[in-house]
Design a protein around this ligand. Structure first.
Ligand SMILES: [Zn+2]
Length: 303
């Protein structure tokens, strides 16, 4: 109780000095009380697993399915926004399969999180992999945790994607066996469409492992997962310009080129590791041709 009061007063003091706003302080107070009530009424494992799935639903699936709806219902309008024009529209016969496998992979990831926590807590009576505690993380700590996690994720994704899934890797499913690279051009749900083994290695581990290594507070993990989910939905959407972020549009073009080249480069989302290792793909003539084809098919349809 005393600890809760101390955290609460510390948080209120910090938020007041940073934001100098009573309404912000009241919002934080309300958030803290809601969080404390949730902790009292639900098991930490349930909060972690259901929270993870809820974050994925809100920040990945809702935007991804809206993009898919737009591509399916208004293809002639949607292709105008696609990097590769009409060639980038999802195949309606395959889209259900892509969505189902992507959802399965996410459930698999949440199941692994539950198994890890159960093993650590009930199996070897150790502390949980992620912190589920009453005290809210401080803004400075959250920012530092997110920075470390994004850097580690960039490094892990680059090496796993490049050396395990593409260049001489022992897992050919990602490139050769009708999984992720069987899709001609990315669209949002394709971000998580892969054979479960490659998916675990380059989509699940690079996000979960940094959170475990730095033993994130569960709320920091949810925030990290929310940003990652929005980034994945945007970067794989195939749209030329994502109106909310120039940075995201750059990530989208990098993903598109990775698919267009059948995995010759652009192995990391943000391109930092590609830049360091010289595997950044430049604009290719095929991209221009594809857009040209898209424009021609549009004009022929309109005729
Ligand atoms: Zn790839």
């Amino acid at each position: 109780m005393l600890e809760a009061l101390l955290s609460l007063s510390g948080l209120t003091l910090l938020s007041t000095s940073v934001f100098t706003s009573w309404s912000t302080s009241l919002n934080l107070l309300f958030f803290y009380l809601t969080w404390s009530t949730l902790l009292l009424s639900q098991a930490p494992l349930k909060i972690e697993v259901l929270g993870t799935l809820a974050v994925r639903l809100i920040f990945f699936w809702i935007p991804s399915l809206l993009f898919l709806l737009f591509d399916t219902l208004l293809p002639s309008l949607s292709q105008d926004f696609k990097i590769r024009g009409a060639a980038a529209l999802p195949n309606p016969r395959k889209s259900w399969k892509v969505v189902a496998w992507a959802m399965f992979n996410m459930l698999l990831g949440a199941g692994i999180q539950a198994a890890v926590e159960t093993f650590l807590i009930d199996g070897i009576h150790w502390k949980s992999a992620l912190r589920v505690s009453n005290a809210l993380p401080m803004p400075g700590g959250v920012a530092l945790d997110l920075l470390k996690a994004f850097l580690l994720r960039e490094v892990l994704q680059y090496y796993i994607h490049r050396f395990v899934l593409h260049q001489g890797g022992e897992l050919p499913q990602h490139l050769h066996m009708k999984w992720q690279h069987s899709v001609a051009s990315p669209w949002a749900a394709v971000a998580h469409y892969d054979h479960p083994l490659p998916w675990l290695l380059w989509k699940f581990l690079p996000v979960y492992l940094p959170a475990v290594i730095f033993r994130f507070h569960i709320l920091t993990y949810f925030l990290f997962l929310a940003v990652v989910s929005l980034e994945e939905a945007g970067a794989f959407s195939g749209y030329t310009a994502l109106f909310f972020s120039a940075l995201m549009s750059g990530a989208g073009r990098r993903v598109e080129k990775h698919f267009g080249s059948k995995g010759k480069g652009n192995f990391s989302t943000w391109g930092v590791m590609d830049w360091i290792h010289g595997t950044t793909l430049r604009s290719s003539a095929s991209e221009g041709k594809a857009r040209g084809r898209g424009s021609r098919s549009r004009s022929s349809r309109r005729e």
